[in-house]
Design a protein around this ligand. Structure first.
Ligand code: IMP
Ligand code: MG
Length: 175
C-alpha cells in the first residue's frame, strides 16, 4: 500500500502558533526563569522552536520514556529510558510534548515529575486530540486541537519516519 501525506497544518500555521505560545509563556513567567523539559523524541522539534521565542531566561533538559504494553496502545505505565540530568527542585518547569492522545503517558509522567519538588509544573503540547482522551490531563498550553487522525511531522513519526517534515500531515494509505 502506498502512503501519502496530506497537509493538516502548514509550516506557517505551526510557526505562527508557536510564536504566540512563546509570547504567552514569556508574559506568564515574567521575572522568572523557565525550565523546559522535552520528552524525546517527538517533543524535540517543538521545544527548540518554542525556546527560541521565549524572552525570559530559559534552561533545557531532556528525558526519554517508553510505555510498557502493546506498540499501538499506550498502557500509561512508563519506563524512563533516559532520565533528566538536573533536579527539578524549586524550578518553574514546563513539560514540552508533541501530542496528548489518550493522556495516559502524560498523566503518569506529570505525577512522577511533580514528586520531584518543582516550584511549579505546567504542560505545553503542540497538538491535542481531545476526542481520544481516556485519562484526564490538565494542559496549560495547546498549539492546536486536532481530530482523531494519525498525524506526522514536526517531531511526530510513523514508524520512525516523517519526524523531519516542517508541517503537520495526516498519513493516508492508497490502494
Ligand atoms: P498517550 O497520550 O499516552 O496516548 O500517548 C501519546 C503518545 O503517543 C505521543 O507522545 C506520541 O508519541 C504517540 N502518538 C499519539 N498520537 C499520535 C499521532 O497521531 N502520530 C504520532 N504519534 C502519536
Ligand atoms: Mg511523545
Amino acid at each position: 500500500m502506498a502512503e501519502r501525506i496530506e497537509v493538516l497544518l502548514t509550516e506557517k500555521e505551526v510557526d505562527d502558533r508557536i510564536q504566540a505560545i512563546g509570547e504567552q509563556i514569556s508574559r506568564d513567567y515574567a521575572g522568572r526563569q523557565v525550565h523546559l523539559v522535552c520528552v524525546l523524541k517527538g517533543g524535540s522539534f517543538f521545544m527548540c522552536e518554542l525556546a527560541k521565542r521565549i524572552t525570559v531566561p530559559v534552561s533545557l533538559d531532556f528525558m526519554s520514556v517508553s510505555s510498557y504494553g502493546s506498540d499501538t496502545k499506550s498502557s500509561g505505565v512508563i519506563k524512563i529510558v533516559k532520565d533528566l540530568d538536573e533536579s527539578l527542585k524549586d524550578k518553574d518547569v514546563i513539560v514540552v510534548e508533541d501530542i496528548v492522545d489518550s493522556g495516559r503517558t502524560l498523566s503518569y509522567l506529570l505525577k512522577m515529575l511533580n514528586a520531584r519538588g518543582p516550584e511549579s509544573l505546567a504542560l505545553c503540547t503542540l497538538l491535542d486530540k481531545p476526542d481520544r482522551r481516556v485519562v484526564e490531563v490538565n494542559v496549560d498550553y495547546t498549539g492546536f486541537q486536532i481530530p482523531d487522525e494519525f498525524v506526522v511531522g514536526y517531531g511526530l513519526d510513523y514508524d520512525q519516519r516523517y519526524r523531519n517534515l516542517p508541517y503537520i500531515g495526516v498519513v493516508k494509505f492508497d490502494e
